[in-house]
Design a protein around this ligand. Structure first.
Ligand code: MN
Length: 268
C-alpha cells in the first residue's frame, strides 16, 4: 500500500510518541518516521535522558515546553509528564495511539517497574489511549532500526485497526538477530542482586553508586526474556492493575484471623 492510500484509510489518526532516552536520540526519530505512515505523529519527549525514572510525575516545579518543529516538542520532565502535557496542552485531546520508545536496551520482566519507556505507554492507557512501549537490544556501534520499526509499525497498525482490550497496553522487545516472528509472552522473574559501591569525593565525603543488577532470570519458556533470547519479538500485554488477584483469598483469611484476635481482646 502506498503512503497516499494509507493516509486515506487512516484519515486524521493522531499518534503521540514519547520515550525516556530523550528527544535527541535516534530511537525516537526512527519510531516517529515509521509511525508517520499511519497518521499524524506528535513527538513530546524529555529534553534529557530519564531512563529508570519509572512512572514519576513532576509536581514540585514548573515544566517548560520547547517547540522544536511543527509537531516535535521537548519537555524538561519525565515520560509521564510528556504524555500529560501532550494530551492536555498539545493535542488537546486523547490520541488514537501512544507509543513510547524505541528504547536503547531491552525492558524485560521485573525490570519494567523501573522503566520510563513502559511508564510512557502506561500513562497513555491511564488517560484513555491504547498503546505500546518498544525496546531494542543494546549494541556496540550503530543500530539498524529496520526490524524494530517494521515490527512497531505492524503492531501500531493492528492496534489502530482492531484495538486492544480496555486498559491494556503492549510491552514490545525485539531480539538481537533476525526475528522468527511475534510471540505473546509473560513477564520474566528475576533474582535481584544489586551492589552499591562506596567511594570518596575530593572533599573526603563518601558517595554511593548503585551498580547494575546481575542478570539472573528464572527459567520460563513463556517469558519475554526467553522469547527475545530465542529470536522472537516479545509482546507482553500489560495493564495498570497491580492487584494480586490470586492472593485475595490468602489475604482475606489472614485478615479474618487477625480480626477475630482483635475482637477477642476488645471484648475481654
Ligand atoms: Mn531508556
Amino acid at each position: 500500500m502506498s503512503q497516499g492510500e494509507l493516509n486515506c484509510v487512516t484519515g486524521m489518526t493522531r499518534i503521540l510518541v514519547t520515550n525516556d532516552d530523550g528527544l535527541r536520540t535516534s530511537g525516537i526519530a526512527a519510531l516517529a518516521q515509521a509511525l508517520a505512515l499511519l497518521g499524524e505523529v506528535y513527538v513530546v519527549a524529555p529534553e534529557d535522558e530519564s531512563s529508570a525514572i519509572g512512572h514519576a510525575l513532576t509536581l514540585r516545579r514548573p515544566l517548560r515546553i520547547r517547540q522544536v518543529s511543527e509537531r516535535w516538542f521537548g519537555v524538561d520532565g519525565t515520560p509521564t509528564d510528556c504524555i500529560n502535557i501532550g494530551i492536555n496542552r498539545i493535542l488537546e485531546g486523547v490520541p488514537d495511539l501512544v507509543v513510547s520508545g524505541i528504547n536503547e536496551g531491552w525492558n524485560l520482566g521485573d525490570d519494567i517497574t523501573y522503566s520510563g519507556t513502559v511508564a510512557g505507554a502506561l500513562e497513555g492507557v491511564l488517560l484513555g489511549a491504547p498503546g505500546m512501549a518498544v525496546s531494542r537490544p543494546r549494541v556496540r556501534g550503530d543500530y539498524d532500526y529496520e526490524t524494530v520499526t517494521t515490527a512497531a509499525g505492524h503492531l501500531a497498525r493492528s492496534i489502530l485497526e482492531d484495538g486492544l482490550p480496555p486498559r491494556t497496553f503492549l510491552n514490545v522487545n525485539v531480539p538481537r538477530r533476525q526475528p522468527q516472528g511475534f510471540k505473546v509472552t509473560v513477564q520474566a522473574r528475576r533474582q535481584y542482586t544489586t551492589a552499591v559501591a562506596e567511594s570518596c569525593d575530593p572533599r573526603g565525603r563518601p558517595y554511593y553508586w548503585i551498580e547494575k543488577a546481575q542478570l539472573d532470570w528464572e527459567p520460563d519458556a513463556r517469558s519475554d526474556y526467553h522469547a527475545v533470547r530465542n529470536g522472537w519479538i516479545s509482546v507482553t500485554p500489560l495493564h495498570p492493575d497491580w492487584t494480586a488477584h490470586e492472593a485475595a483469598g490468602a489475604v482475606g483469611r489472614l485478615l479474618d484471623r487477625r480480626q477475630a484476635e482483635a475482637l477477642e481482646r476488645v471484648f475481654q
